[in-house]
Design a protein around this ligand. Sequence first.
Ligand SMILES: [Zn+2]
Length: 81
Amino acid sequence: MSDVLGAASVSGAADHVCSAKGCGAPARHAVVWNNPKLHKPERRKVWLACDEHEKSLADFVAMRGFLIEVVPVEALTDADG
Ligand SMILES: [Zn+2]
């Protein structure tokens, strides 16, 4: 059954998926942001984004003044999330 193969392929590197609503594309960028009203200054919230959604997700938090930086997903650390 193809379902078995699909489930197996989700683990590992493939678990970086774009955070945009309805998008299941592999994420290549990480939008790092912080809402000072909700989070401690050292907290780094991360939205994963594919090439197509990187700009719209980054613009969304940048407009609110929450954007810290956009980095490649490979650059994320365990402190991000
Ligand atoms: Zn996307």
